[in-house]
Write a protein that binds this ligand. Structure first.
Ligand SMILES: [Zn+2]
Length: 89
């Protein structure tokens, strides 16, 4: 992969993370509005489930190096891949 392609692919991964986060926040917010008059433990679970699923997806599936698929770690502002040292930005 060319350095330019790696940077583009990584920018796409970051955008996908942000997008998934926004969707998750919206879904949880809507569920909160819909269920706010009947807050039971089951309903609370229902509210956090989409957010939790999205966090798992973002964290474990999406957040990977476009070159070697290594997990990129906890930081959103990562600069290089911890696996293959590819320059991501
Ligand atoms: Zn890598």
């Amino acid at each position: 992969m060319k350095p330019e392609e790696i940077k583009q692919a990584f920018a796409k991964i970051q955008r996908r993370n942000l997008f998934a986060g926004v969707i998750g926040a919206c879904v949880s917010g809507l569920l909160l509005l819909a269920l706010k008059d009947s807050l039971s433990p089951e309903n609370l679970l229902l509210m956090v489930a989409p957010m939790f699923g999205i966090l798992l997806y973002v964290h474990l599936v999406n957040w990977r190096c476009p070159v070697c698929q290594a997990w990129l770690g906890r930081f959103f502002n990562v600069r290089e891949c911890p696996g293959c040292k590819a320059n991501l930005r």
